[in-house]
Write a protein that binds this ligand. Structure first.
Ligand code: ADP
Ligand code: MG
Length: 703
């Protein structure tokens, strides 16, 4: 069949991967690149020139006319400034496409229009992008042409990180170095490198593009700011894992193809809990590559949706009343000789290295729960965390029955003699074969859950970059590994020392373990009793970045300087205010120009009917009642609108970024909620023909 899809042939077709380098580079150059990728260091300019030429030749063959340094500024999305390969023509007017090693390795850009939180003033505008050779270059091809994208880090003139990638790379080195000390202590002499592996499950919503374009809230804010609930929500539980409809399936097929071509191992796809909600997960990869690829996933999802007459909503809470979207960040640590440090094996109670890693994880998560919470906060996620479907804003760790039992034994007796086994699954049906059960059940309510051989951090928002979350996890684990390695390397009796350390950490930090229902009210109380932080919003979380604890942690491993942390805090406050400002303005716009006029039109129609029916000699009971109700909600709308305009105008005058962000959260947000209420009531009352935009039902069910 000619329409057979040859996945093996298209996979990585648009990526300048190791295979292509091997094929196209002289042996010596290839070896040098490989060495730098594996052990770090700098590429010589001569080799960089050779690589650049090969890369350009390949890209041109793929149709590329431009190249760009592709980076991740603090906006959370990617940025690119494209340059054509064109050069000055010679005296005959002939032009030869060129790309040099210098251009490959380093780019220079005006950084002044990217958020920097005061790191550079406009007169120090220079920013540099530097090639991250561990994430392969790729060609992005669409209707706008083809561009060679070179993944880079983005720094200021003084070397301060202006992006999400630089700290991530620094944190990977930190955790890798400290983890290597741990595996060496346990006799793994072959390992020369440890790297975090990350697998990201990405949730998203799809809506019809024509309907989307009729909603200013979706256009400007990415989420609905108004909307009465549809008659049906997610209560029938019929969407999760439901059969994928053809329109959606055709879209999924196309994103898979694009992602495979870009070397992204798109693997799992399914319908999610809310109507019109779906998920995609690639196979895990080294952290920086996984972060880059997740950016590509989001970009491809949005682009391909438009081709299918749809829009992909990545906002954390596009619709009130149904589930929002998140990103599950699966994290583990793997040595270059193939050992996953988070793999407990069959009998975790006997796996001392694993128990030490687990004890260290407990300490890290407990000590830096605030930072972990911060790393997953963004404006949209405030509507999700703590709501009933998402993990709560409180950080805790789920380890499952088996490990909980092992921890209990270790804490109580200093020894874990046995461990619970999974056993056989009994279905009670003789024709179904017996299968082995996992030792642990799943727990979807935990923000930080051990899931077999990795931790799954479930707090991250669907629109957010996963760079911050991974930077934080790497950093906090590096710190505790370092403390543990310091003690163990100095110990006379290693076995005794490690035994004591595991017991000490597991005892001291057991309050972080929680295997129950994280969505319950009781847990909130229990967590408070345990002294676990419950940081409710993004703005409340910002100051965790500038505590002495945070400065010590990030400073010790050269992940963030104090100035970088302070600048990031500033950017977060700014981002919050700017986003809520857009939402407030959008609501004011929609209410003033769309809802109020629609309601006025409707009251006029009702009033006309009342008069006409009355004149005909019949009492217009229903019409009168509806007219009164509509008028009442219209009055409420106008009042709430006035109030929103008033607090908004105060908010924008505040100059201190922190004060401003808090004002937006405490004053503007509630005023927005109060405007939404009467408008949603009006929507339920006013003739659908008159209502100026598609409803929740139209958006979520009629796609
Ligand atoms: P779930 O059942 O939790 O929805 P999925 O199959 O949707 O899981 O996604 C799990 C993700 O975790 C995938 O991206 C997968 O590749 C990744 N993963 C699996 N093992 C590891 C590991 N050891 N380290 C990091 N990520 C992993
Ligand atoms: Mg999943």
């Amino acid at each position: 069949m000619s329409d057979l899809l040859n996945v093996e042939a298209i996979f990585g077709e648009y990526v300048f991967n190791m295979g292509k380098m091997k094929e196209r580079l002289p042996k010596k150059a290839y070896a040098e690149v490989k060495r730098v990728m594996e052990t770090g260091g700098e590429l010589s300019l001569a080799t960089a020139d050779v690589v650049a030429k090969a890369m350009k030749d390949w890209a041109v063959e793929m149709g590329a006319t431009h190249y760009t340094h592709w980076f991740q500024p603090l906006t959370g999305i990617t940025a690119e400034k494209q340059d054509a390969f064109v050069t000055n023509p010679d005296e005959d007017g002939k032009m030869i496409m060129e790309f040099s090693g210098k251009e490959l390795i380093k780019g220079e850009a005006d950084a002044s229009s990217f958020p920097s939180g005061g790191l550079r003033s406009t007169f120090e505008a220079r920013g540099y992008t530097v090639w991250d050779c561990t994430s392969p270059a790729f060609v992005k091809k669409d209707a706008t042409g083809a561009v060679l994208c070179i993944p880079t880090a983005f720094c200021s003139y003084k070397g301060e990180a202006l992006d999400k990638k630089t700290p991530l790379l620094r944190s990977m080195e930190a955790v890798g170095e400290q983890a290597l000390r741990i595996v060496k202590l346990f006799g793994n002499t072959e390992a020369t490198k440890v790297e975090p592996s990350v697998g990201i499950e990405q949730e998203y919503f799809l809506v019809d593009r024509k309907k989307y374009l009729q909603r200013k809230d979706l256009i400007y804010a990415g989420r609905t700011l108004f909307g009465a609930p549809a008659p049906k929500g997610q209560e029938m539980e019929d969407h999760y894992y439901g059969a994928i409809r053809e329109r959606v399936g055709a879209y999924m097929k196309d994103i898979n193809i694009e992602l495979w071509e870009l070397g992204v191992t798109a693997k799992t796809q399914h319908n999610e809990v809310a109507p019109a909600q779906h998920e995609l997960a690639p196979i895990y990869a080294t952290a920086n590559l996984a972060v880059d690829q997740n950016q590509l996933v989001m970009e491809v999802m949005k682009k391909v949706a438009e081709r299918h007459g749809m829009m992909c909503l990545l906002h954390e809470k596009p619709f009130a009343g149904v589930n929002g979207s998140g990103k599950h960040n699966n994290w583990s640590l793997v040595t270059d000789n193939g050992v996953n440090m988070l793999d407990p094996g069959e009998t975790p109670n006997e796996n001392i290295q694993f128990l030490l890693v687990l004890a260290c994880m407990m300490k890290a998560v407990d000590k830096h729960a605030d930072l972990l919470r911060q790393s997953a906060s963004d404006v949209g996620n405030d509507h999700r965390l703590g709501a009933n479907e998402a993990p709560p804003a409180i950080i805790s760790m789920f380890v499952g029955e088996q490990l909980e039992d092992v921890i209990r034994q270790l804490v109580e007796t200093g020894e874990a003699k046995d461990c619970l086994e999974g056993g056989k699954l009994e279905t009670g049906v003789s024709t179904l074969s017996d299968v082995a059960k996992d030792a642990t059940d799943r727990n979807r309510t935990s923000p930080f859950a051990f899931t077999g051989n990795k931790f799954e951090f479930r707090m991250v928002g669907s629109a957010d970059s996963v760079a911050s979350a991974n930077t934080t996890i790497n950093a906090m684990v590096a710190e505790v590994f370092c403390e543990a390695a310091d003690i163990l390397e100095a110990a006379d009796d290693f076995d005794m020392a490690v035994h004591n350390l595991i017991k000490e950490y597991m005892t001291k930090y057991s309050r972080i373990i929680f295997n129950g229902n994280g969505y319950s009210k009781e847990w909130e109380k229990e967590a408070e009793r345990r002294g676990l932080p419950n940081i409710k919003s993004m703005v409340d979380a910002v100051e965790t970045l500038t505590t002495d604890k945070a400065k010590d942690l990030f400073g010790k491993f050269h992940i963030f300087t104090e100035t970088e942390l302070e600048s990031r805090a500033e950017v977060l406050y700014e981002t919050y205010s700017k986003s809520v400002n857009i939402e407030a303005l959008t609501m004011i716009d929609m209410a003033t120009k769309q809802f109020v006029p629609a309601a006025i039109k409707y009251t006029k129609a009702l009033a006309d009917t009342v008069i006409a029916v009355d004149a005909a000699g019949v009492e217009p009971v229903v019409q009168m009642e509806m007219l009164k109700d509509t008028q009442e909600y219209l009055n409420e709308t106008k009042e709430a609108l006035k109030k929103l305009i008033e607090v908004h105008s105060k908010a924008v005058k505040i100059t201190d970024e922190k004060d401003k962000a808090f004002y937006f959260k405490d004053m503007v947000m509630p005023a927005m909620e109060n405007l939404r209420k009467p408008v949603d009531k009006l929507e339920m009352l006013v003739d659908k023909e008159v209502w100026p935009m598609p409803s929740y039902g139209d958006l979520m069910f009629e796609i």
